[in-house]
Design a protein around this ligand. Structure first.
Ligand code: 26M
Length: 819
């Protein structure tokens, strides 16, 4: 009995209703007739959790007994999206819940819309982590996701007079039914203080860390259910709390008020997600967050997951820690510290173990996005870790010098310690030295990583470098988000595709089938109607019927070039206003933007302002006869993505070549039948290879052309001077057409494009406009468009995150599925 898990409730409508009402009564303390929608949502969530519980307990037992190697995914971000729909899908309870609730006079969709998504991530990197843990559970691979339970996730974006204003994301305020706190399993995390040398009983010289303060990490467990396979993995997010030592500590003896303030200080560590996604600021609290969750996670795994008496020399038989970017890289010196200082390992043995337990994924190429922590800050917060990093670096540089005698310049270049602008630790170098493998996230990105970011390292250790192209979970982004397309696919080729996405290939023969095309088109139209009613209710935005739906959704960043999309819109508008073309010549088109800007990123915020001002003007000018519209719903998030992507005709993936590491939105769009207009960048390269040039709108310079132009000297103003259409569009902004005649409002945006344009939007403008003309030509032939659209679905099964996980397993982790 002690080990026997509970059994699942009955898989029947009756059983479900009984469970649901029971949860409503016992959990929410209300009867159905007096319950609020929130009560009903929470009771429904509990009911579904109860169905998963037996499987969760069983998964934990099986995994522990099997003593197999697990994946420890270390990520500062998980952008999970809503949980209920996914849990219903994984348990196959969708129909039963729908019918059961109907019997209670309730509507499942209404309860689902009550859920606030946990937005514990910024964008691509956090969403990727969520897709990966979904795939691992579905593939029966043991994995623990480790991260931070931010009390406030990514800010809620609002617009005031067209400008972005951030509101706190209070995702926990109406209750969070998906988490299981375990305060009894809390762990202590130390900070500050100093180190001292001492001689142990065996006469060995050792070091100990004498920390100055500490906090408690409280684990909150979340279920990660596999799709219909009975496996439920765990996501463990850490929340910071004050320890007893904190309130009673040396700083505040006898001072009650100070003790309470100290508590607040500790809790600050997991208070809020940093909303930057490309420019680390070197903030002390951010480093505290990183060390906090990493220290908790290593402690947790070593204490709990390994049975007593396990020999830590064999740690890599049980775990591989995947470092999601450099954010968790402080785990490397932390494991060294545990092994050497606490477990008494010799340095060299500890290093052998440590090197075999980590692998590192890089998600960027932007130099300013690579984290460097000042040694001053590191030494103050984590003095022992800094010493360990110095020693790792010394030994590494000795190896470099031995391999390249006399090449001191190279040794300097490769040092983990940067000397300018201040002394700091290059976290990417530390990760590369410590990791068994280093991977980029798309073929082009991995190549550039080898050639441009870490060339010395790839020369020294060519075998260390590999690629794993990103992927997305077909459960959330096709099956859940696009139910009618999913039914059509399953009716045509069976339902195996949900866990074996390459089988979408079997749809290829239907691309030319007029009957299938009609159904496919009707589904796109239905998805557009669904989006229309959502945007109307959510934002008061009215989408016109029958438009080409052109969608650009992603974080606002100069390298992603929302400004290029905007110049295209302005140019179309300008041509109609100036009479160069008639409104009736325009392909009816609605452009949808979704984008959050980092709160401190001025240029990004100005661009949001400009998009909103252009939208206001374009949407209300009768000269366009309603044939060009711009919609910018605020607060783009996973929940909105699930409605937007299935409705899109055209997917905008227009970053400057060599800048977007992969992109994952691009994959979601293609899998839902949008055609891509895109540069030769990130995973676009692989999408185009798979779908074929005829079904993809390529434009712009490729990466070598970008490098060449950069080397030769890029001067954006020459494009302005030589291209009348571009000039007219920029002049229109400068002349105040979108700012009631105010010629300064967008001065900085225009000035930047004309005189700097770091991401060469002006250089690619002509080619972009030409590609958009091809889009319109193709869209005019609906049969041809639909055919391409079907082929995009049929040929992009490669981008399932299940495939990414297989690649990680084969190339990096060498773990086994449990069955
Ligand atoms: C760093 C320091 C302080 C605060 C925040 C950060 C930070 C957070 C997220 C920096 C970068 C972050 O994410 C980068 C990111 O999302 N990269 C994207 O990763 C995706 C998944 O691999 C790729 O598809 C995108 O191309 C890439 O931009």
């Amino acid at each position: 009995l002690a080990t026997a898990p509970v059994s699942s409730p009955a898989h029947s409508v009756d059983g479900f209703v009984r469970e649901f009402l029971h949860e409503l009564n016992t959990n929410q303390g209300v009867t159905l007739s007096l319950s609020s929608v929130n009560d009903q949502y929470l009771a429904l969530a509990s009911t579904v959790k109860n169905y998963l519980m037996a499987r969760w307990l069983e998964t934990n037992r099986k995994t522990r007994d099997a003593k197999v190697k697990a994946v420890g995914y270390l990520s500062a971000e998980y952008l999970l999206g809503r949980q209920l729909g996914n849990a219903l899908l994984a348990t196959d309870l969708g129909e039963i819940a729908h019918k059961g609730l109907e019997l209670c006079g309730l509507d499942l969709a209404t309860l689902r819309s009550q859920e606030v998504e946990p937005g514990l991530g910024n964008g691509g990197l956090g969403r990727l982590a969520a897709c990966f843990i979904d795939s691992l559970a579905t593939m029966d691979v043991p994995c623990i996701g480790y991260g931070i339970r931010y009390e406030y996730g990514i800010f809620r974006q609002t617009f005031v007079d067209g400008r972005q204003v951030e509101q706190p994301d209070t995702w926990l305020s109406l209750g969070s039914p998906w988490e299981f706190p375990h305060p009894e399993a809390s762990v202590q995390v130390d900070f500050g203080g100093h180190t001292e040398k001492y001689t142990d009983d065996d006469g060995r010289e050792r070091t100990r860390w004498v920390p100055a303060w500490n906090v408690l990490g409280v684990p909150y467990n979340y279920m990660v259910p596999g799709y219909l396979n009975g496996r439920v993995n765990t996501l463990r997010l850490w929340s910071a709390q004050a320890t007893k030592a904190f309130d009673l500590g040396i700083f505040n003896a006898g001072d009650y008020a100070q003790a309470v303030r100290a508590q607040t200080f500790a809790e600050n560590i997991s208070k809020v997600l940093y909303p930057e996604d490309s420019t680390p600021q070197g903030k002390e609290l951010r480093l505290q967050q990183q060390y906090f969750f990493v220290a908790c996670s290593l402690r947790d795994f070593i204490n709990n997951e390994l049975e007593e008496g396990f020999d830590l020399h064999n740690l890599s038989d049980r775990i591989i820690f995947q470092l999601n970017d450099t954010h968790p890289v402080i785990a490397v010196p932390e494991l060294m510290r545990i092994l050497v200082d606490e477990q008494g390992f010799e340095w060299d043995e500890a290093w052998e173990v440590t090197k075999s337990c980590f692998a590192y994924t890089c998600h960027t190429l932007l130099p300013e996005a690579l984290e460097v922590w000042s040694t001053e800050l590191l030494g103050r917060l984590l003095p022992r870790h800094l010493e360990i990093i110095f020693q790792i670096n010394d030994e590494f540089l000795a190896e470099v010098r031995a391999t390249y005698p006399g090449d001191e310049i190279r040794a300097r270049r490769m040092s983990m310690i940067a000397e300018h602008p201040e002394r700091g630790v290059r976290m990417a170098y530390l990760a590369t030295v410590a990791g068994t493998k280093v991977n980029g996230v798309a073929a082009l990105h991995s190549q550039l990583l080898r050639d441009k970011v870490l060339p010395d390292f790839s020369q020294l250790w060519p075998e260390k470098f590999t690629n794993v192209t990103n992927g997305v979970t077909p459960r959330r982004f096709v099956k859940m988000a696009n139910p009618h397309l999913s039914d059509l696919i399953s009716d045509t080729i069976g339902n195996g595709w949900v866990t074996d996405l390459e089988r979408l290939r079997e749809l290829e023969p239907y691309a030319d089938d007029p009957e299938f095309q009609d159904k496919f088109r009707e589904i796109k139209a239905w998805n557009k109607r669904r989006l229309t009613s959502l945007l109307e209710a959510r934002d008061g935005i009215v989408l016109p019927d029958g438009h080409l739906l052109d969608v650009m959704v992603k974080r606002l960043h100069e390298y992603k070039r929302q400004s290029l999309k905007l110049l295209h819109i302005i140019s179309l508008y300008e041509q109609v206003v100036s009479g160069k073309i008639a409104a009736s010549d325009l392909t009816p088109r609605t452009v949808v933007f979704g984008a959050k800007a980092a709160p401190g990123y001025k240029m990004a915020k100005d661009t949001i302002h400009l998009i909103n001002k252009v939208a206001e003007k374009v949407n209300n000018d009768p000269v366009l006869e309603g044939r060009l519209k711009v919609a910018f719903p605020a607060n783009y998030n996973v929940t909105l993505a699930e409605k937007l992507i299935p409705a899109a005709d055209l997917s905008e993936q227009i970053s400057l070549a060599g800048m977007e590491a992969s992109g994952t939105g691009n994959m979601k769009f293609a899998l839902n039948g949008a055609l891509t207009i895109g540069t030769d960048d990130g995973a676009n390269v692989e999408i185009r290879e798979l779908v074929g040039d005829k079904h993809f709108f390529l434009f712009g310079m490729d990466e070598p052309a970008v490098a060449e132009l950069g080397a030769k000297g890029y001067n954006p103003i020459t494009y302005y001077e030589s291209q009348p259409q571009l000039r007219a569009a920029l002049d229109m902004v400068m002349n105040g057409a979108f700012s009631d005649g105010d010629q300064d409002m967008f001065g900085s945006v225009v000035h930047n494009l004309l005189h700097q344009d770091r991401f060469m939007a002006l250089a690619d403008f002509e080619s972009y406009v030409a590609a958009q003309a091809k889009v319109e030509e193709k869209y005019a032939d609906q049969a041809a468009w639909t055919r391409s659209s079907i082929l995009n679905v049929a040929r992009t099964g490669f981008f399932s995150s299940d495939r990414s996980m297989r690649d990680y397993i084969q190339r990096i982790w060498h773990t086994q599925p449990m069955i």
